[in-house]
Design a protein around this ligand. Sequence first.
Ligand SMILES: [Zn+2]
Ligand SMILES: [Zn+2]
Length: 275
Amino acid sequence: MINLAPAIAQIELLLAQNTDASLTYAALECRLAIEGICYERLRIAHDYISHDDLKRWQPRDVVNTLIQEVDSGIAKTFTLSISKEPLQDSSTPPTKEEYQAIEFLPVGKQIGFDPNKFGKLWNALAKVALHITIPVSKDHDVNRYGNKDKIRAKVVEALEEIKRIGEGTLLSTGVGEEVSFECVCGAKNKRRLELLKDLQEISCIRPECSESFTFTKGDKAFNRRVFDVSCKKCGKHREIPIRTLEKLRVDQSINFGCGGCGAKIIICWRPAQLQ
Ligand SMILES: [Zn+2]
Ligand SMILES: [Zn+2]
């Protein structure tokens, strides 16, 4: 887990120095800490989501994507506890009273946050501290730093939130039924069943792999997304991952030798006219 203590100590030191420059730097440290908190949740979730399936990189968007696709509780506060004694095997699950009679030991606590509020704070820090106000007329001065009081207020607000999250001792990717499959590259891909939508496209979690799959809810199957190429000379088929083609720019091409006759095959992404 990310250790927030050094960042907290640094921000406190800069607040104590209380100069224009130190507060500006403190705002930057706060932004980095917020990014660290959000991206750490992404790092532990990477068994469940590919980097390529993140549409946006801003901290708030990353966490919101994780909530939608990996674990609805990834930004919630909870304590995880474990029973001191192993539960007896029985055909009927324990009743509420039996559960309450079990002695539990706490394992750790995840501290949650509101990604949208966090995103606003991250933007506000930049607005007050990391840009100077653009002059709207000749009478406005161009200052070296932003307004000191405003910067200090935002830094104090952010520090409080960073300290609160820093008290967490656990990060979880949640519980719930998992579905998994092995990609042709050998990587095991896992997903939380309840968060998968019918016909959702997912990319392999291995960053250098071009494979992607379409999930069908009815049979819980992941079907490989491929483009079928057949050789015009010998008729041999070859399947190319669709994402390889989707990544091509207009007029860019890929080429390879046919596995049957060795003829060179070129695939190009190009507007075509049909009449
Ligand atoms: Zn793969
Ligand atoms: Zn061929």
